[in-house]
Design a protein around this ligand. Sequence first.
Ligand SMILES: NCC(=O)CCC(=O)O
Ligand SMILES: [Mg+2]
Length: 325
Amino acid sequence: MLNIRRPRRNRKSEAVRAMVEETKVTTDDLIFPLFLIDGKNKKVEVASMPGIFRLSSDLMLKEVEECLRLGIRAFDIFPAVEDQFKDVHATKSYDSNFFYLKTLKEIKQRFPEACIITDVAMDPYSSDGHDGLVKDGKIVNDETLEILGKMALAQAETGIDILGPSDMMDGRVGYLRQVLDQNGFTEVSIMSYTAKYASGFYNPFRDALDSAPKFGDKKTYQMNPANRTEALIEAELDTAEGADFLMVKPALAYLDIIRLLKDNSNLPIAAYNVSGEYSMIKAAAQKGWLDGERVMKESLLSIKRAGADVILTYFAKEFAALNKT
Ligand SMILES: NCC(=O)CCC(=O)O
Ligand SMILES: [Mg+2]
């Protein structure tokens, strides 16, 4: 046993381990998704996401302030819309008097330093619960783009920083870029949901927003979990169409896709550590089956190690609180 390589030497103490550590997650890497509801002084926990709440705008402002103090600077705001305000054309999504657009404006006025990301897709506002316009039972692509364009413009007018088209319609990144630029919003970025898979891990999110599809599923627009090379086609198109970030969603069951895009793109790669991935850890931790804090850190680390530059995660606040210096 002479002259053998001994990798354990680089693990012998905390100091040595810290020195050779290859990946670090910091609060700067994280985006915190938040759920907004209409009304005042409302705070409702999402049953399937312990520790995550739907907040009315007054409490949302307080939450953003508290998170900024913890070092979180980026937020993705998702409105939960009451059924009476949903219709087939998702018209409330671009009604500037509707609560969510007023709240976005208020957040940016109060906290101009916060990076606010919005969601562009029809499902929260659609009586069909689909991301696109439904005609004869089908999700039509090009007519959906016109609605997404109006929604994106209404969101941009509130002063937000980044649009997050999550609908998976073909050509929507280029279409939105053109609408933004023609209306003087050249500074508004697009974080494209590039490889968004038709996943079972979204269920708790659909509880949070009451946005489950009213018929069928989303397999004609979201990607098949079996496919890898197809993610490269999506990445190529979104890049050509002007995306500023490429996103992979979900994250943990798709670490190979995160790495694939990282190795094949010069754009920053975002990964969405989705609701089901959060709930699994929370549920197991509540039962005492897993050390919740430890596996949270390990999961975020694995997503970063796979190649994500940015991670959208419901753990953001908890992580930031633990890492506050
Ligand atoms: N458009 C955003 C989402 O669908 C989020 C899904 C999740 O967190 O499960
Ligand atoms: Mg696409």
